[in-house]
Design a protein around this ligand. Structure first.
Ligand code: M6R
Length: 613
């Protein structure tokens, strides 16, 4: 969480930083600020609220500077407020710093500094780290700032990406990372620093991804990378494969809506070059190059959080069905703290949109230590999870900016389906006919999603009808049970309505007590193996006067008649159906959220990339 931006070069720094913060706002938006360095003096401006509030508060201020750092915050230590916003200034006022991450042993360091007479103006761990650096810097003869930073970082535990400027160093930003991302854009006589490439893409496509335990000394025409042992490292320059249009709203009211509507093309991009429907073939280098490891896996453990975890649950059903390999799906946050049994023959599939989720990352490090083979299903190219994986497949959904994950989820489902099919084919646990039929079905998904999106207005009408409900229940069976969970999560996130997802059959073991004439119950009731069963569950809700909203297969009039409202989707094989059934649920949440006046791209308390545990 938190987004950071820095600039040093010939341009005015403030507009570059402000624009960058707006692009990074998905990472946190409870307060923001900038520090600008000019003529040996650092000016810090910060404001509670969104970046737009900062921008407004800056009107009339002197923003003339060619070096600066900026931050948009998701609070960890200290409530969202002007004083807890970043950048923070050191006691002497000589240094300013921004930080993304958590310093876990800050309390002890704070006490030590307080004993030395340091006073703190904020409740943040960042201000503690900054003064700790300054204390080392000012109280050790001949100690450079860079050296002081290195000493301080060796003492702290936790996660950080920091950018530091010094009033007497007119063109240098010092940066360091451990556990929180940092990308440096290389321009002509200028450098850009940011949490991801979105603030940089407009100026240069050449970037360096800084690794953990690395320090960067960044001047307009020089980039020095070092490790904490003060040894120089040659920066590895990567070319960004991303266009500016991909991170702009393109005429849509919200990123979330744009991303929902992008799904026909993002799923197509995900399949392109991998799935050849004519030949009935799937080629994925990450899978093909490691096929022995995958088909001989004793067990597959899927690690993920949130929506990505739901994709993992769908994958569990599919992999066990067609590959006959036992699968366990774990919340990464639980896995990392318990004492899991991981053996050499186990394959870990890590699923993550951002590739930076701290819990998933640490869980993978743990699994790796135990000798597991890690296969990453990641959206953000070059991210930490992509890099820690032994092999993987990108989802190719493009940058996802809306906090609620939509296109990344359908991309994950498409990739996981292709992985399962490839393993099954090699393992010979699927018949040729079934394999070809599923390949063909997968190929038709973009078209079917397009057909669903054409009728989006029907869901707006449903949303209008139920937007004032205080609770929702989402029910599904089999492959669509995880979609019920996902539907409930989406609605909670962006409408603040309490929602629960359940396997439909579990309803009678408790949740049915919630049902009355006010409760909307969303059924995912497409034609599949469980259809008759779920229709019985619908009857049970109807008998108790619950309001039934159903996602059904086109032409299923019987189920439509049972429902108060329904949305029909094109027919699909039950293994493929989740990629389709989730789309109306995304739209339903979007419309409920927006009709309630919520900023769905930045719902309260959330951040896109959860880089703290
Ligand atoms: O980037 P990741 O896929 O690792 O993120 C995992 C979750 O934080 C994420 O899916 C979250 O639940 C979304 N806000 C859901 O819409």
């Amino acid at each position: 969480m938190c987004g950071i931006v820095g600039y040093t070069g010939p341009r005015q720094a403030y507009p570059v930083i402000l624009k960058g913060l707006k692009r990074l706002e998905y990472r946190g938006y409870d307060s923001s600020g900038v520090a600008l360095l000019k003529d040996g003096s650092i000016s810090v401006y910060k404001k509670k609220g969104k970046v737009a509030d900062l921008e407004e508060s800056m009107i009339g201020k002197n923003i003339d500077a060619q070096i600066g750092i900026g931050h948009t915050r998701w609070a960890t230590h200290g409530e969202p407020s002007d004083r807890n916003a970043h950048p923070h200034s050191s006691s002497s006022g000589k240094l300013a710093m921004i930080h993304n991450g958590i310093i876990e042993n800050y309390a002890q360091i704070k006490q030590e500094l307080q004993k030395k007479g340091y006073k703190f103006l904020s409740d943040t761990d960042t201000e503690v780290l900054l003064n700790f650096i300054e204390d080392i810097y000012l109280n050790n003869d001949d100690c450079s700032l860079e050296e002081a930073l290195r000493i301080a970082l060796k003492r702290v535990s936790g996660a950080y990406c920091i950018l530091l400027i010094e009033q007497d160093n007119p063109d240098t930003i010092i940066a360091a990372r451990k556990g929180s991302p940092l990308v440096i854009g290389i321009g002509k006589g200028e450098h850009f620093l940011a949490s991801d490439a979105s603030p940089i893409i407009e100026y240069t496509k050449e970037v360096v991804y800084v690794n953990d335990y690395e320090l960067a000394i960044v001047k307009p025409d020089e980039l020095i990378l070092k490790n904490l042992g003060n040894e120089k490292i040659t920066p590895y320059i990567t070319k960004l494969d991303m266009e500016l249009a991909a991170i702009e709203k393109g005429g849509y009211e919200h990123f979330m809506l744009k991303e929902i509507f992008e799904q026909p093309s993002t799923i197509f991009d995900c399949l392109r070059g991998r799935l050849d429907a004519k030949e009935g073939l799937i080629k994925m280098s990450g899978v093909d190059n490691n096929i022995e490891q995958l088909i001989n896996a004793n067990r597959i453990i899927i690690l993920a959080c949130g929506t990505s975890w739901h994709a993992g649950l769908v994958a569990e059903y599919i992999i066990e069905e067609i590959c006959r390999i036992p699968v366990e799906v774990e919340y990464a946050s639980e896995f990392r703290y318990r004492n899991p049994i991981v053996n050499k023959g186990d394959v870990i599939i890590a699923i993550s949109q951002s590739g930076e989720t701290a819990d998933t990352l640490v869980a993978l490090e743990k699994a790796k230590e135990n000798g597991a083979f890690i296969f990453g299903v990641v959206n953000a190219v070059g991210s930490s999870i992509a890099r820690i994986s032994d092999a993987g497949a990108y989802t190719h959904a493009g940058p996802e900016i809306g906090v609620a994950s939509t296109k990344a989820f359908t991309g994950q489902l498409a990739v996981l389906m292709m992985i399962a099919l490839s393993i099954a084919k090699h393992k010979k646990t699927i018949t040729d006919d079934r394999y070809s039929a599923l390949v063909l079905e997968l190929d038709q998904v973009p078209e079917k999603v397009q057909a669903i999106l054409k009728n989006a207005d029907e869901l707006k009408a449903v949303a209008e009808k139920y937007k004032n409900a205080s609770d929702f229940l989402f029910l599904g069976r089999g492959y669509n049970f995880p979609i019920a969970l996902e539907g409930a999560l989406k609605l909670k996130e962006i409408s603040y309505i309490h929602a629960e997802g359940y396997p439909a059959a579990e309803m009678k073991h408790g949740p049915i007590a919630l049902v009355d004439e006010k409760l909307p119950v969303v059924f995912i009731a497409t034609k599949d193996l469980y259809h008759e069963k779920i229709v019985s569950n619908m009857q049970e809700i109807k008998a108790r006067k619950g309001k039934i909203i159903s996602i059904i297969t086109e032409g299923d009039t019987a189920t439509a008649e049972l429902s108060n409202d329904y949305f029909a989707i094109p027919p699909a094989d039950e293994l493929i159906a989740p990629i389709l059934t989730v789309v109306p649920l995304q739209l339903l949440s979007y419309y409920v959220g927006t009709l309630k006046g919520i900023d769905v791209d930045k719902p309260r308390n959330l951040a896109k990339s959860v880089t703290v545990e």
